[in-house]
Design a protein. Structure first.
Ligand SMILES: Nc1ncnc2c1ncn2[C@@H]1O[C@H](COP(=O)(O)OP(=O)(O)OP(=O)(O)O)[C@@H](O)[C@H]1O
Length: 358
């Protein structure tokens, strides 16, 4: 994609606010009252497992669903709850491209402008600029049926942006693409949306995609936002167990802290983790990358059950005891073999603690 293409001048997007926005289907609440503030130009990712209400929230913002109550969605402070979708000026990009297969790439991009009766010369100039921006100039005259999945998705994005929407809504736009293309496009789409300065809400159940694209991420669970924050905070400071498990890999060590020490039993050995604080029942969590090799003294020892090579790093499954299996990332140039006993420690700053109910 040509990131040096001339800037397409669009006014930046509108801010979005919802107040106690909720939705039920046949008496079942699928979105509990939700307050959201998305500043103009920000990309918010809705992340969560299947059925948690991501698409419903997106469709409510679009105007494709009616909320349970009145006056709950505002664009730039203006109440749009009663405004039909075609008047809300939202652009939409879906997993299925919803492009016209018999039209060319350029005709698809210019379609919304034609419907809006933008005169031909201006329409063509706009279309050319958008095609340059998404790196599809050479494909302008190809039929949609003759371009790849990634090129179709870029066409869909250019088409959605052509109408200069106030808000862009994307629902799993990369889900149908293969892994390599998905990884490349998620970086490109993030850059493009920022270049446009558009306000975007992006639905995905892929946490790596969410991290790459979102200015902020709202992690959803059962019709509620469990946590909304910048990707780093979501990853390093998950608000609860659900978020910790859904985003990345999280290790857990459960036990009681006494005199500031958590005892970890492992066969005949017992390691003590110095965590401080009052006596309590607790679960300590840490990411695989928070582990590092240590000299045996004062470290936790574990038997290596398996190793997986990842290139720069390797992931070990390490058994501290029969009940405590951990995943640890170490540099891949450290020689480790299954069966070996390994001593490791955990970066104290990377330990997250969730209080266990007494
Ligand atoms: N029109 C509808 N009628 C009845 N139930 C619905 C309707 N639309 C959605 N639901 C239900 O609402 C819940 C939330 O659906 P939604 O599509 O918002 O989830 P999602 O998080 O986007 O899931 P996925 O990732 O699988 O698309 C689901 O249990 C779904 O079955």
């Amino acid at each position: 994609m040509n990131t040096h293409a001339p800037m397409v001048t669009t006014r930046s997007g509108a801010s979005i606010a919802t107040r106690r926005l909720s939705k039920s289907f046949n008496g079942t609440t699928v979105l509990h009252p939700t307050d959201l503030e998305i500043p103009a130009g920000q990309i918010l990712v809705l992340l969560g497992p299947s059925g948690c209400g991501k698409t419903t929230l997106l469709r409510l913002i679009a105007g494709l669903e009616q909320p349970d109550g009145p006056d709950m969605i505002r664009f730039d402070g203006e109440d749009v709850s009663g405004v039909p979708i075609e008047k809300r000026n939202v652009g939409m990009v879906f997993q299925s491209y919803a492009l016209f297969p018999n039209m060319t790439v350029a005709e698809n991009v210019g379609y919304g402008l034609k419907v809006r009766k933008v005169e031909r010369a201006q329409r063509e100039a706009e279309t050319r600029r958008l095609l340059a921006l998404v790196g599809l100039e050479e494909y302008a005259d190809r039929r949609i049926s003759a371009v790849s999945g990634g090129q179709r998705q870029r066409t869909a994005l250019a088409r959605a942006l052509a109408i200069k929407p106030r808000v862009l809504l994307l629902d799993e736009p990369l889900a149908a693409l293969d892994a390599v293309l998905r990884e490349r496009l998620r970086v490109e789409i993030g850059l493009l949306l920022r270049e446009f300065g558009i306000t975007a809400v992006y639905v995905t159940h892929d946490q790596a995609e969410a991290m790459a694209i979102g200015d902020r991420i709202a992690v959803m669970e059962k019709g509620r936002i469990a946590q909304i924050d910048v990707p780093k905070e979501i990853y390093h400071r998950p608000a609860n167990d659900f978020v910790a498990d859904f985003v990345g890999t999280m290790n857990r060590i459960a036990g009681r802290v006494e005199n500031g020490l958590l005892n970890i039993h492992g066969g005949e050995t017992m390691a003590r983790l110095n965590v401080g604080g009052p006596d309590r029942a607790t679960t300590l969590c840490f990411r695989p990358e928070a582990a590092r090799l240590a000299s045996a003294n004062g470290a936790i020892s574990a038997r290596v059950a398996a190793t997986t090579f990842f290139g720069a790093t390797q992931r070990l499954v390490a058994e501290v005891s029969s009940e405590c299996r951990l995943q640890l990332d170490l540099p891949s140039n450290v020689s480790v073999t299954p069966g070996q006993i390994l001593a490791f420690e955990i970066d104290p700053a990377a330990i997250i603690e969730f209080q266990t109910e007494a």
